[in-house]
Ligand binder design. Sequence first.
Ligand SMILES: NC(=O)C1=CN([C@@H]2O[C@H](COP(=O)(O)OP(=O)(O)OC[C@H]3O[C@@H](n4cnc5c(N)ncnc54)[C@H](OP(=O)(O)O)[C@@H]3O)[C@@H](O)[C@H]2O)C=CC1
Ligand SMILES: O=C(O)C1=N[C@H](C(=O)O)C[C@H](O)C1
Length: 250
Amino acid sequence: MSKLRVAVLGAKGRIGSEAVRAVEAAEDMELVAALGRGDKLEALADADAQVVVELTTPASVMGNLDFCVRHGMHAVVGTTGWTEDRLAQLTTWLDGSPSTGVLIAPNFSIGAVLTMKFAQLAAPYFESVEVVELHHPNKVDAPSGTATRTAQLIAAARAEAGVGPAPDATATALDGARGADVDGVPVHAVRLRGLLAHQEVLLGAEGETLTIRHDSLHHSSFMPGILLGARRVVSTPGLTFGLEHFLDLN
Ligand SMILES: NC(=O)C1=CN([C@@H]2O[C@H](COP(=O)(O)OP(=O)(O)OC[C@H]3O[C@@H](n4cnc5c(N)ncnc54)[C@H](OP(=O)(O)O)[C@@H]3O)[C@@H](O)[C@H]2O)C=CC1
Ligand SMILES: O=C(O)C1=N[C@H](C(=O)O)C[C@H](O)C1
């Protein structure tokens, strides 16, 4: 059987360099290009890449995906910074290339995907819920894509169950003291040397609390999800948001 022809964009970055190693080690894949900033995207077409793993920056990702979709290359995207407008733009591009698939995964690690699932499940049963994400200090954005997605899923689960907003009697506070408001869920971002990628979902009800915590201790935690995404995206046209759809958790 022929090997899947995979390219990595952001190949010198923290997660990109790990992805290069993971693709090279996968028996069913061939690494056909490993590009960094300044390299020409045409190299992807020259290398006849089937799947492009996009691990760059929020400022670069849209231009890269525009190129990939226009050239009919599937993409597996870990880069953060997704807004409704960006997703709508990407969907429009994909409408013009109906056999092309793009997976955007706010988090490729199985533990983080399950954290989101567990948080969704628990959210309607607790009066209060807050999200705390903790990352290395070189992270480009805050809050993390994972925390934003987690809060959105929590808010949707509560709305569907008819649960009202969490009580908060705070009268005065310094700006930011209660975190960022993501669909009514407070999200707090910690940046600390020594950390990699961590998240806690704190839930509280009368007389009890539940904490769901996940820790990514090494970038290797994201690799099985990236490889799974590359294998599945080639037969999944259109936009898929969230690795859970490829894990059959829904
Ligand atoms: N979904 C997930 O599971 C995960 C997602 N991420 C996300 O992935 C992204 C990258 O994170 P991280 O590796 O820590 O960041 P890094 O800054 O370490 O890596 C990003 C790399 O992309 C390069 N780059 C920037 N623009 C381009 C471009 N146009 N073409 C090719 N390469 C480019 C950068 O080059 P230069 O240094 O010259 O700017 C850098 O080498 C972030 O958005 C992060 O949040 C991270 C981990 C897991
Ligand atoms: O920048 C990182 O490191 C990470 N980014 C992703 C995010 O913003 O959620 C995934 C993980 O948290 C690591």
